[in-house]
Structures are given as structure tokens and as C-alpha cells.
Design a protein around this ligand. Structure first.
Ligand code: GLN
Ligand code: ZN
Length: 580
């Protein structure tokens, strides 16, 4: 009904084309869903008559049965496919496309920041022209341009060589136009030649290839990279050294990022303050955060991450193979925007990245200080990734770089190391058939980072977002000693997995309160949550912690919330002791 009204209004306003975005068609739809899809378009048939109707799909291949359903809709006159991420769809189109309909061929990747291989795209388009007819082929990007940066013109600091390899939204539109003109017999030879030269320079650039890294990454294949002993043996060895109470308390890493801290980092970056002034300011902040945690009587401390602007950018800036834009913003969710790093070359770690700060923080306290790293999968998933090798290869390279950092932290006397994989779940492919492959290399990458540490070194990981139930086996397979995980916003859905009998022996800290809200949880409320968890999980594996980092909160919220959290833990410890 609503669609009919909207269509009528658009018609009245003079629209001759209407695009329907139906990316859901790339998922594995069941036959009743496909029937509902056909029925919906049949319903709209009369409303749509006289209009050109484009149905756009993107982000993956369209499964064969969905392709069949889609291309037999009589109310639709044009189909759009993502031919970058959907190479099988290309084969489907070639094996049969309805006569007289338009094909919007998404040959220019709308999601990355790389210049297109124009010669290859032109060849694809020419082969499609033979199938759908010259006047029915439309050149397009693979999806909307909201997932790429806006305009390279705004990048004055990127060096010219790397810049020549890139195309942001504005440049992608020019590419689409040049391809369409070339198809129509007006090929801009100079433009195509410049593109071919840029591609060749990227392929042969010594900045892209690091033989040593390539060799090390290749050598990983075929091995499992699993720590030698079981998690329960490791937890015992760690406990002997760490001597923690039951229900140990900790936080996820960051403490409030104040205006003053941001100023210090900004001025240091702009060389307005000296290295020494910067180091002193950060040292003072770490010392403040350590003192607060000791006063709160938290068991495993963090340094608070005052030196970090962002958990991916901070590492990217110190790794080889990464570069940064000045204005390459993209929408992340809602009104939140991010500026992802660009991974253009083989990744290596020239120098330790966090050891200096972690050792400094550990020297300030007798309690264990958690080393704090971002994991390879999260670095990968929150960056623009190179398209000249499979994602998993880039991920393995990052994993090797993080492995070195883990080992340097361990050698520096850090006994607990947290490797955040906040975005692991986020990288799940849309097609279920691709889940297993992704989870396999993602989880493997995580294990690579810490397979070499001693039993007594405790490896934590942290994951954001709810709905872990479907990937719980992969989480277990990460083989971390302790996982802290978001739980408080998902109505304890997580716990239902354990209620259903999943065997889990590692330490686990389902967040006891939501850090995304300024609300201060009471001690009773937290104790209630912990008790609910104790009903499902063994006492000796449960940790007590907030559900994510505290950087977006104010001290006025953080201090009372953590006070209540520690008190709740202590109260339950006392009750447990009494019950024994
Ligand atoms: N260690 C990070 C922090 O506390 C983790 C953030 C995240 O999970 N997104 O800020
Ligand atoms: Zn988190």
C-alpha cells in the first residue's frame, strides 16, 4: 500500500526510473521468502507500469535460485549486480539474461578506495554487451558510494605514488563515465593509459612487497598455531602466579578521554610540544589511572590507553604497509563516521608499539597490568584493505606483526595481555556458505598472535556487539584464556548458550553494565547480574567487568560505576565463602 502511494507520487513528480534496493537477494533466501518477494512485485505491477524499474543487488553473488526469481519478474525492467564481489553472478548473466531488459553492470568497486582496472572492466563490459545487447548495458559502480571516501582532491598530504593508485567516490564516477564512453567507441586513450601505468606501478612497487613478510606468511599455512597445553592447565599455571581472588575484577582498557588528553596528543602531533613534554603528560595520566584503580581495588589493571586516538589507527600508524588520509571519512553507523587507514602493502612491525607504555604502567603497581593490543581481524575489518591479495593473507601478515608485539610485552614482564577482537563478528560474510572459511582464517589469525607465549602468560580477548551465539564454537576455538564480552545490552542472550550446554572452560567476563549509557548501575543490580551468570557458569571462570572500554564516559560516571562493580564482586565473594 505504502509503496503504491510512493510510486504514484514519484510518477506524478515526473520520475521515469525508480530504483529498488534489494541487497537481501544476495543472502541465502528460502523458497517461501523468494515467493513472497515475487508476490510483492506482482502486487506493484500495475502501479509500476509505464516506469523503468531497476532492482539493485550488491555486496555478494546472487544465488542461482534468487537470480531466476528476480529475472522473471515482469514488473522489473532493469537489474543491477555487484560484479566485483559477485563473480559467479557474472557467469549467471552470461548463461541467460531476459531479453529486452537492462543490465546495470557494477564493475567499479563502490566499497574500496582503489583505482579500477579499467582494461579488465572494459573487457567484462564488452563480453556482457554481447549477451544483453548494446543499448541495454549500463555501466555502474558495484554499490552505492557511501562506503568509500569522498574525493581524492581533498588529500593534499598523501604522496603522489600512492595517490595514483587510488580512486575515491568522485574518481569512481569518472571511471564509470570513461568506461561507458569507451563502450560507445569514444575511448579516452590517455586516461586509460594513465590508469594502466598506475596499476603497473602499484604491482611492481617495492613499497608494496616485502619478501620477508611474504615468506613468513606463506610459512604459516598448514599449521594450526595452537598453544601446547589446554586452557584449564594454563589457567592453573597463571593463577599460581597471579593469585587472583574469585570473580576477579578488571576493565576493558580505555579510561575517559578528556579534552586535555586530546589537546596533548594534538599538540604533540603538530610538534607544538616536545617528546619529553608529551611523554610526561601521558605518564602522569597513566599514573592517575593506576591510582584510581588501586583505590577502587580492581584486581587486574589497565593503563587507560591515553596515548591512543583510536584502537586501529594507533597501530596502523606504527606498522609498515599502512597509510592515512586527511579526509577519508566514511559512515560507520548512525551519525558516527570513521576514517579507516589504508593498507597498501605487506605489513610488518619495525619497532615495538606499546611496550614502552605498558612497562611504564606496570612499574607503577604491584598488581598485574594488562598489555593492550588490537587484534589482527579487527585491524583488518576496520581498514581499507588491499585488493591485490586475499583478505586472509593480509590478516595473517598483521597477525605476525601483533605476535611480535605480544612476545615483546611478555619479555618485558607483562603477564596479562589483552588482544581486542572487537570487530571479529562484524566481518562475517553475508552468505552462510562463506562463514566457515572466514571464521577459520579469522580465528587462526588470532591464535597466531599468541601461540608462542608461556603457559603463565594470560591472554585475554575482548569482543563487542551481541549475538555471539551462532559463532560460540569459533570463540572457543580462539583458545584465549579469558574473554570479556558484551552482554549487558543483549538481555543476557549470551548466557542462554551456556544454559543450552555449550562446554566452556576458559575465563569469561560477560559485561556487567552498559558503558554506552551515562547511567550509573547500582551495586544490587550488578550483583544480580553476576548471580545470574553464576547460575550458568562455573565460579572459578567468571570475571567481573564493564562491557566495553570507558573512553566515551566521564570520570563522574566511571568512578561510582566501578565502585559499585567492585563492591558487588566483593559481596558475592563473601557470600560464596560463607556457603562453603
Ligand atoms: N581496549 C579498547 C577500549 O577499551 C576496546 C574498545 C572496543 O572494544 N571497541 O577502548
Ligand atoms: Zn568493546
Amino acid at each position: 500500500m505504502v509503496f503504491r502511494e510512493v510510486i504514484a507520487e514519484l510518477k506524478a513528480a515526473g520520475a521515469s526510473w525508480i530504483q529498488f534496493d534489494e541487497p537481501t537477494l544476495v543472502k541465502d533466501l528460502e523458497s517461501h521468502q523468494l515467493s513472497a518477494f515475487s508476490a510483492a512485485y506482482a502486487e506493484l505491477e500495475s502501479a509500476l507500469s509505464g516506469l523503468n524499474v531497476l532492482v539493485e543487488t550488491y555486496f555478494a553473488d546472487v544465488p542461482a535460485d534468487s537470480y531466476k526469481t528476480l529475472t522473471s519478474l515482469s514488473s522489473v525492467t532493469a537489474y543491477g549486480f555487484d560484479l566485483e564481489r559477485g563473480t559467479k553472478t557474472l557467469e549467471l548473466v552470461k548463461s541467460g539474461f531476459p531479453a529486452g531488459k537492462y543490465l546495470f553492470a557494477g564493475v567499479v568497486d563502490g566499497r574500496n578506495i582503489w583505482a579500477d582496472d579499467l582494461a579488465a572492466s572494459l573487457a567484462t563490459l564488452q563480453s556482457l554487451e554481447a549477451v544483453v545487447g548494446k543499448d541495454k548495458l549500463v555501466v555502474s559502480t558495484s554499490c552505492s558510494l557511501m562506503h568509500t571516501a569522498v574525493d581524492l582532491v581533498n588529500e593534499t598530504k598523501l604522496d603522489d605514488e600512492i595517490k595514483s593508485w587510488l580512486a575515491f567516490a568522485a574518481q569512481k564516477v569518472v571511471e564509470v563515465n570513461a568506461l561507458a564512453k569507451a563502450l560507445a567507441g569514444q575511448k579516452d586513450e590517455a586516461y586509460f593509459a594513465a590508469n594502466a601505468a598506475a596499476l603497473a606501478s602499484r604491482r611492481s612497487s617495492p613499497r608494496v612487497t616485502n619478501e620477508e613478510v611474504q615468506k613468513a606468511a606463506t610459512a604459516l599455512k598448514g599449521s594450526d598455531h595452537r598453544r601446547a597445553t589446554t586452557v584449564s592447565a594454563r589457567l592453573d599455571a597463571q593463577q599460581k602466579k597471579l593469585n587472583l581472588p574469585v570473580l576477579p575484577t578488571t576493565t576493558i582498557g580505555s579510561f575517559p578521554q578528556t579534552v586535555e588528553l586530546r589537546r596533548v596528543r594534538r599538540e604533540y602531533k603538530a610538534k607544538k610540544i616536545s617528546e619529553e613534554e608529551y611523554t610526561n603528560a601521558i605518564k602522569e595520566e597513566i599514573s592517575k589511572v593506576v591510582k584510581i584503580q588501586e583505590e577502587l581495588d580492581i584486581d587486574v589493571l589497565v593503563h587507560g590507553e591515553p596515548e591512543r586516538n583510536d584502537m586501529v589507527e594507533y597501530f596502523g600508524e606504527q606498522l609498515s604497509g599502512f597509510t592515512f588520509t586527511a579526509n577519508g571519512w566514511v559512515q560507520s553507523y548512525g551519525s558516527r563516521c570513521v576514517k579507516p587507514p589504508i593498507i597498501y602493502g605487506d605489513v610488518s612491525r619495525p619497532n615495538p608499539m606499546t611496550v614502552f607504555w605498558s612497562k611504564m604502567a606496570q612499574s607503577m603497581t604491584a598488581r598485574p597490568m594488562k598489555g593492550m593490543l588490537t587484534g589482527p581481524v579487527t585491524i583488518l575489518n576496520w581498514s581499507f584493505v588491499r585488493n591485490d591479495q586475499p583478505r586472509f593473507e593480509t590478516c595473517y601478515q598483521i597477525a605476525l606483526a601483533i605476535k611480535k608485539e605480544v612476545e615483546d610485552l611478555e619479555a618485558g614482564g607483562i603477564q596479562v595481555i589483552q588482544i581486542d577482537e572487537a570487530a571479529l563478528r562484524e566481518g562475517l560474510p553475508l552468505r552462510k556458505s562463506e562463514h566457515a572459511f572466514y571464521l577459520d582464517w579469522a580465528v587462526h589469525s588470532f591464535r597466531i598472535t599468541n601461540c608462542g607465549v608461556q603457559d603463565t602468560t594470560q591472554i585475554h580477548t575482548h569482543m563487542c556487539y551481541s549475538n555471539f551465539n551462532d559463532i560460540i564454537q569459533s570463540i572457543i576455538n580462539m583458545d584465549a584464556d579469558v574473554i570479556t564480552i558484551e552482554n549487558s545490552r543483549s538481555d543476557e542472550k549470551l548466557l542462554s548458550v551456556f544454559r543450552e550446554g555449550v562446554v566452556y572452560g576458559a575465563g569469561i567476563g560477560p559485561g556487567v553494565y552498559d558503558i554506552h549509557s551515562p547511567r550509573i548501575p547500582s551495586k544490587e543490580e550488578i550483583a544480580d547480574r553476576v548471580n545470574k551468570m553464576l547460575a550458568v557458569l562455573d565460579t572459578n571462570i567468571l570475571w567481573v567487568n564493564p562491557d566495553c572500554g570507558l573512553k566515551t564516559r566521564k570520570y563522574a560516571e566511571v568512578k561510582p560505576a566501578l565502585t559499585n562493580m567492585v563492591e558487588a564482586a566483593k559481596q558475592i565473594r563473601a557470600e560464596l565463602a560463607k556457603a562453603q
